[in-house]
Design a protein around this ligand. Structure first.
Ligand SMILES: Cc1cc2nc3c(=O)[nH]c(=O)nc-3n(C[C@H](O)[C@H](O)[C@H](O)COP(=O)(O)O)c2cc1C
Length: 158
């Protein structure tokens, strides 16, 4: 596809409104890592499975290719800055918000709408992404208005 076609495809896909998540894990030095992802989807209730996709260009691609545990945080409407922080290049992201270690030391961010602590169940090739399926080991949830991503922009439910 040409660059113009790729942009048109991305715009077409952007018509699908999503929530926003931050996915976290620890690296081999035990340091907290995380990235913003809107490719999250619920997959199965029994067993409890969720999926998301990591891009091959992401700095965390290798980490999520290896790690056996991760956590998915669904952001609420007041957390646009958290989404931007975890989509950016800044180092020491975890110095800027409050969090605590969960199962296997995976960092859990405070004050999110839902948090799913997961064990890696499957990895599938997905073109320029890898599709990751996690089994939910534990979760928390609060009824909060979600942060929405649509048409390449942050939105709130109206
Ligand atoms: C709203 C939004 C959704 C994103 N969703 C994904 C995603 O599902 N998968 C992904 O690999 N990257 C996604 N990204 C990009 C990553 O957040 C970004 O690449 C990541 O923070 C790593 O930074 P790096 O590319 O500099 O390594 C998204 C970014 C934004 C702003």
């Amino acid at each position: 596809m040409t660059n113009v076609e790729v942009r048109a495809l991305r715009n077409a896909m952007g018509n699908f409104a999503t929530g926003i998540t931050v996915v976290t894990a620890i690296n081999e030095n035990g340091e907290p890592q995380g990235m913003t992802a809107n490719s999250f989807s619920s997959v199965s209730l029994e067993p409890p499975l969720i999926s998301w996709c990591v891009g091959k260009d992401s700095r965390l691609f290798e980490l999520f290719g290896k790690t056996n545990h991760f956590a998915v945080h669904i952001l609420h409407s007041g957390q646009q800055a958290v989404s931007q922080l975890f989509a950016g290049p800044e180092e020491n992201k975890f110095d800027q918000l409050s969090w605590c270690p969960g199962i296997n030391g995976v960092p859990l961010l405070d004050d999110c709408a839902s948090v799913f602590q997961c064990e890696m169940e499957h990895r599938y090739p997905g073109g320029d992404h890898t599709i990751l399926v996690g089994r939910v080991l534990d979760f928390t949830s609060m009824p909060m208005p979600p942060l929405i991503f649509h048409g390449g922009q942050y939105q709130e439910l109206k």
